[in-house]
Each structure stands twice: as structure tokens, then as C-alpha cells.
Design a binder for this molecule. Structure first.
Ligand SMILES: *Cc1c(COP(=O)(O)O)cnc(C)c1O
Length: 231
């Protein structure tokens, strides 16, 4: 199958759900992204800021770019002028920096709080209690140029469907709790970013609104040249 056919395949699986495909293009060339773009794909996800900004420069400006990997505070300034959605907010300090750079860029930046749903030590993300504390804090209330539009989570790299499904279910419950407590009247708080190549169908069944699919669209990644930044 070529890229266009693979995209069609995934879009077909999404048909019965109210969900969007984020094509994860990290390590893939602008030419490969262009191929997906020509097939109609507009949302792309990257995890390294330098790679993302290089691709932004050379690719069509109606692409909506998603920062999906761990984001260092000193890198925020490079993506603030154009980023569509930051999936990986895992601290108040990071959110404050995003707000600061958003003010400079004269825009409001949409963000997701990344929640740690797996027991794996390597995964970034806020514990549920920390997410609540962040949302309750005065410092957060003061931020005018960031908008939290939902939650993101990465399930365990487990072959057990039961384990993965439980993690997605937990995230959905957290989402509903946070929605009720903090965003009851905010229609924009509606995104649940969960599901990757191996588990996006499960994630859709459990209420995902954004699946982040890489290898199933572009083929396996070659990391021999690159450092994956912990993801
Ligand atoms: C790389 C990555 C993906 C895509 O992974 P695939 O298994 O290739 O679909 C999704 N989400 C995050 C956060 C990633 O870093």
C-alpha cells in the first residue's frame, strides 16, 4: 500500500467516530509528508522542535502542526508563532513559558495536559492529582494566552489489550472529571488525544478524539541517525 491508501484505510476506521487523525511524521522527510499532504492529510505530529521548525519552513502553510513529544521550556519560542496544538504539557512552568511566548507572538496557543496513564517509568506526564493542582492554582488562572482544550495520554507498550483498554478508560474518566470541575461551560474543552499505531482502534472505542498514528502511515521509523528524545 502507498501512503494515500494507508491514510484511506485509517480514515475508514475513523468514520464511525468523532475523531481526527494526526499523522505522526517524526524522522520522515518533507517529501514523505508532502505525499500525505497531497492525499489530503493536514494534521501532522512531530516530537523534536528543530525537526518541526525545519519542516514548517519548507512545507505548505495550511498544515496544522502538533507538538506531541516532551517539550523543553527553552525550545517553546521556536514553535510558538505557528504551532497548532501542544499535546505534551506536563508542568505549570512549561505552561507559563508557552503563555509568555504566545503573548510575544500575539496569539492564544491551544494545549493538552499530558496525563501519565501507564506505569512505565519512562513516560512523561502529570499525575492526576498534579493536573488538578495545576488547574486550581492562581498562577494558571492568570494565563491569558493559553487554552487547555483537553487531555493526552500514552498507554503502556503492552501486548495486553486489557491493560491498554483500562488505561484509556481511566483517562476518559479523568477527562470527564476535569471537564465537570473546571470546563463545564467551555465547549472547547473536548479533546482526548490517545491511541497510536498499535492501539488506535482500542482508543477510538474508548472515546479518543485524536489518534496519533505514525508507523502505520509512513512505515517503521529508522532511528539509527537520531535520538528519539525519550519517546
Ligand atoms: C511517535 C509517537 C506516536 C506515533 O507512534 P506510532 O507507533 O508510530 O504510531 C504517537 N504519539 C507520540 C507521543 C509519539 O511520540
Amino acid at each position: 500500500m502507498n501512503t494515500s491508501e494507508k491514510l484511506q484505510d485509517i480514515q475508514k476506521a475513523l468514520e464511525n467516530f468523532d475523531a481526527q487523525l494526526i499523522a505522526v511524521s517524526k524522522t520522515k522527510s518533507p517529501a514523505q509528508i508532502w505525499e500525505a499532504y497531497e492525499a489530503g492529510q493536514r494534521h501532522f505530529g512531530e516530537n523534536l522542535v528543530q525537526e518541526l521548525t525545519e519542516k514548517y519552513e519548507v512545507l505548505p502553510k495550511d498544515i496544522i502542526w502538533h507538538q506531541i513529544g516532551h517539550l523543553q521550556r527553552n525550545k517553546v519560542k521556536y514553535i510558538a508563532p505557528f504551532i497548532g496544538l501542544i499535546h505534551s504539557v506536563d508542568s505549570l512552568k512549561l505552561l507559563q513559558e508557552i503563555n509568555k511566548q504566545a503573548v510575544k507572538a500575539n496569539r492564544v496557543i491551544d494545549c493538552l495536559l499530558q496525563i501519565r496513564i501507564s506505569d512505565e517509568e519512562t513516560k512523561f506526564g502529570l499525575e492526576y492529582a498534579d493536573a488538578i493542582e495545576l488547574l486550581r492554582s492562581e498562577e494558571y488562572q492568570e494565563l491569558q494566552n493559553v487554552r487547555i482544550v483537553g487531555l493526552m495520554g500514552i498507554a503502556s507498550n503492552s501486548s495486553s489489550e486489557k491493560v491498554v483498554r483500562e488505561e484509556f478508560k481511566d483517562l476518559k474518566v479523568l477527562f470527564q472529571g476535569i471537564k465537570a470541575s473546571f470546563f463545564r461551560h467551555d465547549d472547547f474543552f473536548k479533546e482526548l488525544s490517545m491511541g497510536m499505531s498499535s492501539d488506535y482502534k482500542l482508543a477510538l472505542e474508548e472515546g479518543s478524539t485524536m489518534v496519533r498514528v505514525g508507523s502505520l502511515v509512513f512505515g517503521e521509523r529508522d532511528y539509527s541517525q537520531k535520538d528519539e528524545d525519550g519517546n
